[in-house]
Design a protein around this ligand. Sequence first.
Ligand code: ADP
Length: 488
Amino acid sequence: MNESPKLNVLYVASEAAPLIKVGGLGDVAGSLPKALRKLMPDQLKGFALDVRLAIPFHAKITQKFSNLQLISSFFVPHPNGPIQARAFYTIVDDVPVYLIEGSSILTDQNVYSNDTNSDARKYIFFSLAAIELMKQINWNIDILHCNDWHTAISVYDMKLRRTQDLFFKNTKSVLSMHNLPYMGAGAESVIHDFGFSGCDCQGLPDWARHVPLPIGIYAADQLLTVSPTYSQEILTPEFGCGLQDFLESRKESVAGILNGIDQSIWNPSNDTAIHHNFDISTLENRVKNKLALQTEFGLGRDEKIPLVILISRMDQQKGIDIAINGLRQVMDQPMQIIFLGTGDPFIETSCRSLESEFPERVRAALRFDLNLSRRMYSGGDILVIPSRYEPCGLTQMIAMRYGCIPLARATGGLKDTITDQKDGEKNNGFLFENSDADSFSQTMRRALSKFDQAKIWRKLQINGMNTDFSWEKSAIEYAKIYLKLKGV
Ligand code: ADP
């Protein structure tokens, strides 16, 4: 029997669940390779996809493992002398994973720091090591797929190396942009330290020629965003962060593929972190989770009062200030609110302020707590996502899967995944247009009025729970891009 020809893909990221997760990228890097590996040759023009993952061997991961298999010990070139790298191998959820270690990775306790310069030392080393490792283990990659600024230098290095090194001659590169404004500004001097003179591409603004993400954008064969709407938005001055003209010049190479969620991990019928499991046929059980949540937070136990939740990084991007001001305008309505998030101290303080203004009805849990997030998705009625921009967003999809209705700003992936209650049969949430408190509060009033209409609410829940957010659909789109780059 003929074996299917192989298509080898190295997926490179700074984080990947369940090994390490800080934000949405961790979810994506944890689930997409797994979904890609499940595709069969008949979905891939006869090819068998071999997708492997490379991430840094973060200190937090080392604590979870002992005795991993060391598969390679090698050096990453540096003008001041080569830097030692080691690679370990494991398999997670059927995905082969390379964990790359070096002194800059070992010494840092956090995945990301506030100091881009120190992150750059770690991630530029990792980016270069990931490519070198392929050569060391003699695994010929067809596609190098990198994510965000942290690994964008891999893409740039690949463009340089494949002109000089036959081993990489046919390797094509993909760069996914999960959040354009995070470009790695501050990494310029580290790029120079590693011996790169900066990119001389015409068309790239001067300020961008020494910054990791723009350099990767210049170098990548294919650019991707994580939703179709965001792929259009980044071509505009409002969302393009000064790169819109350059991106426009590369428009033919830009596409948007919606993220999915791992529906086996986010599943209210068997989620062990929630009090009462449920599915569409047992949706009435959901209210018990709400009552449990009210008890946990010392809120009045009342199934009739709408429970509004927010689960988010506390960052300017997420528009939490808009929600807080908007919520203040609707506090005349019966409503309880729980915030879960951590980040910008100023935003955290604003959540605390609302809590002290309405001590009977508002709670702020200012921390990162995965299990609590699950209890909130399973018991909250409305999840607010007031983002100023949102490349894709996962929380709206998770919420819908758990029968919690999203109320979100109509931007990026939120717009691609939520159909407003007033917009027809497939409606599964509420959208507001303008990035301001008035627009938010008007939509919140509309949502609260629908909450009282059980039939309408139940339909929204069922539509949301029935929406297919699985990775399989998106994985096929990624595979098509890989095959196109391979020239098949
Ligand atoms: P981003 O990647 O921009 O932070 P996403 O919506 O893409 O936003 O993904 C956020 C992910 O992180 C979701 O899985 C969400 O449930 C989770 N999350 C965010 N904040 C917290 C928190 N404080 N505790 C637990 N999980 C959180």
